[in-house]
Design a protein around this ligand. Structure first.
Ligand code: DC
Length: 223
């Protein structure tokens, strides 16, 4: 049976960096589940589906073909033979992704894709409902959080460094809080700390410190 490390938390809490490093150190494949929700959102916008209409989004969800391949220590996604790249990281996708992620047909589809990835081996999976809904039985479950200010600062820096956008920290914070609100109040699989998950507040910790805490707990769990 493949082992799964599950990491949830709000945007900007550091899940991606921590998951990538932890996966690399353990030889577990890194799985970014948010990218799947972003791909669904991107395709919905490309195909002019009204993302505020849950029925339209539900009808469209099964029509998106996403191919998953292990590549350089992570699961890479392809749509029509192409990697989405930074096309799924724009402010426009940020503005619509949480809404698309409220639709049950989208969540069911992505949950099935994520569970199927264990065929490739051990995984570190990060997202919003991995510890509560996708892999709730994993013995290694983490809830990574940080203050809204710290999260907005990190996201803004990342957007500028990658050349994706040049928004103020205040604008980034407002967008992030709007998404948090939708993600944690939605009907299906809302973002919450799972019972038994280990909570880490990374506001005043370095990336290395968070990685050390996570690795320490994983070694206690998996030996
Ligand atoms: O982690 P992210 O910012 O790339 O996630 C994009 C959106 O997808 C976010 O608004 C919440 C949603 N999401 C989700 O509902 N469940 C997950 N497991 C991962 C992401």
């Amino acid at each position: 049976m493949a082992r799964v490390v599950a990491i949830d938390g709000p945007s900007g809490a550091g899940k991606s960096s921590v998951s990538r490093i932890v996966g690399g150190k353990l030889g577990f494949l890194h799985v970014d589940s948010g990218a799947l929700y972003r791909i669904m959102t991107w395709q919905a916008l490309v195909r002019k589906v009204d993302t505020d209409d849950p029925d339209a989004v539900a009808a469209f969800a099964p029509t998106v073909e996403i191919e998953c391949r292990p590549e350089n220590g992570a699961i890479a996604y392809y749509v029509d033979g192409e990697k989405p790249g930074d096309r799924i990281r724009t402010p426009e996708i940020n503005a619509h992704a949480s809404q698309v992620a409220t639709v049950k047909a989208v969540r069911d589809r992505i949950t099935a894709i994520l569970r199927g990835l264990t065929r490739f081996g051990d995984l570190v999976v990060e997202g919003r409902d991995i510890t509560t809904a996708v892999f709730p039985d994993s013995p290694a479950r983490f809830y990574l959080t940080a203050s809204a200010e710290a999260r907005a600062r990190r996201r803004q820096k990342e957007e500028v460094e990658k050349g994706i956008a040049n928004q103020s920290a205040e604008t980034v914070k407002a967008s992030l809080l709007a998404r948090d609100a939708i993600d944690s109040t939605r009907k299906y699989a809302p973002l919450r700390k799972a019972d038994g998950a280990i909570e880490i507040d990374s506001s005043d910790l370095t990336l290395e410190q968070v990685v050390d805490i996570v690795l320490g707990k994983i070694h206690e769990t998996f030996g």
